[in-house]
Design a protein around this ligand. Sequence first.
Ligand SMILES: Cc1cc2nc3c(=O)[nH]c(=O)nc-3n(C[C@H](O)[C@H](O)[C@H](O)COP(=O)(O)OP(=O)(O)OC[C@H]3O[C@@H](n4cnc5c(N)ncnc54)[C@H](O)[C@@H]3O)c2cc1C
Length: 381
Amino acid sequence: MVRRVAILGGGTGGTVLANDLTDRLAAEIDAGDVEVTLINDDPDHVYKPVWLYVPFGQREPADGRRPLRELVDSRIDLAIDRVTEIDTDEKKLALRDAPGSLTYDYLVVATGSTLAPAEVPGLVEGAHDYYSESGALAFREELLSMTEGHLVLSVVGTPHMCPAAPLEFVFMADDWFRERGLREDVEITYTYPINRVHGNANIAEWARPLMDERDIDVETFFNAESVDPEAGTIASMEGTELDYDLLVGIPPHRGVDVVDEAGLGDRGWVDVDKRTLEAEAADGVYAIGDAATTGVPKAGSVAHYQAGVVARRIASEVRDRPATATYDGKTLCFIETGMDSASFVEFDYENPPSPAPASEKLHWSKLAYNESYWLTARGLL
Ligand SMILES: Cc1cc2nc3c(=O)[nH]c(=O)nc-3n(C[C@H](O)[C@H](O)[C@H](O)COP(=O)(O)OP(=O)(O)OC[C@H]3O[C@@H](n4cnc5c(N)ncnc54)[C@H](O)[C@@H]3O)c2cc1C
C-alpha cells in the first residue's frame, strides 16, 4: 500500500522537510511505496529575512526568491496550487485549481504567517512595513528620502515573525542616520505592547541599555489601537498618542483560514504538542514553523529544526517503527545591532537566551547565512 505524505506550504519549513524526508525515504519512494507531495501557492520559494535590508537599499525582494522546483528533490511531486480545504476525517485536501481531492496518510501544515494590518484602523493607510515585499519597497521610498522628523516603529501585533527584527530595524536605522550625519535631526521611537522591549525577558534586558545609549526612545505598554494618517498620529489602548513623520508598523499576524475551518486551531495557528509537533485535533497531522503553536518564536530557524524532527518521525512511522524524535525548542537567531555589527542567541525550552557581545564578525555571519540559505532549503546544510 502506498503511503502518501502531503506537505502544505513550500516556505522554509515545508521545503526543508520535503527534501529531508525524501532523502530519508529515497528507497521507498523509488520503489513506489511512498509519495511525497509539496503544495505551495507560489511557484517561487520566498526567503523573508532579506526584506530587513530592502528599506536601506541593500537588498532587492528578488534576492529572496527562487523557483521552488529548483530547490526540491526531483522525487517530490510539486503542486503549485492553493489548498482550500483540509478534511482530517477523510484525510484529503481540496485544491483551488486541481480537480478532485488529494488524499494523504500524513499531512504537515507549514502554511506560515500572513499579515492582517486591516485589524487596526488606519494602519494600512498610515503605516509602512518591511514584512512584505511590496511593503519593504514602498517603505524604502520614504526612508531613503527622510532627512529629519520622527521615525516611529510600532510593534502592533504579537506574535509576529522574527521577534528580533523590530529591534534590528531601529538599531540599523540609528546607525544609518548617524553615518549620514542626520541622527540629530531624526528622532527614533520604538513601541512595544508589554512592559519591556521584547517578549523574551533576557533579550529585552540586553536590548534596553543599547537603546538608551543610542537615544532610541521607548514606549512600552503601547498596544496600538488606531492610526490617524491625516493627523500623523498613532494612539494606544493605554491612552498614549505619538506624532510621527514616518511610521513603520509590525502588523498583526495570522495564519491561514483553512486551519480554523478544519478545526485544527485558531487564527490560522495549529494547536500542537510542543515536542512531537502532532496536531492536537487530528490524527496523522503535524504542523511546523510559524503555523505551529509551540510558544517559540516564529522564525526560520525554528521551522528548519522542526522540519528535521517531523521528517524523522514520519520516516519512522512509514517504516512501522515508533516515532521517537522530538523538538526541544531549539531557536537560533542573529540580531543586527547596527549596519555592521550583530549579536547572536541560541536557546531552547530549557535554556533561556543569553545574547552574545555584538561584533562585526557576527554581522558577517548573518549575511553569510543569508547567502547560504539556499543550500539550507535544499537540505544540504
Ligand atoms: C523581515 C523579516 C525578517 C526575518 N528574519 C529572520 C531571521 O533573521 N531569522 C529567522 O530565523 N527568521 C526570520 N524571519 C522569519 C521567517 O522568515 C519565518 O519564520 C519563516 O519563513 C517561517 O517558515 P514557514 O515555513 O513556517 O512559513 P513560510 O516560509 O512563510 O512559508 C509558508 C508557505 O506556505 C504557503 N501557503 C500558505 N497557505 C497556503 C495554502 N492554503 N495553499 C498552498 N500554499 C500555502 C505560502 O505561500 C508560503 O510559501 C523573518 C521574517 C521577516 C518578515
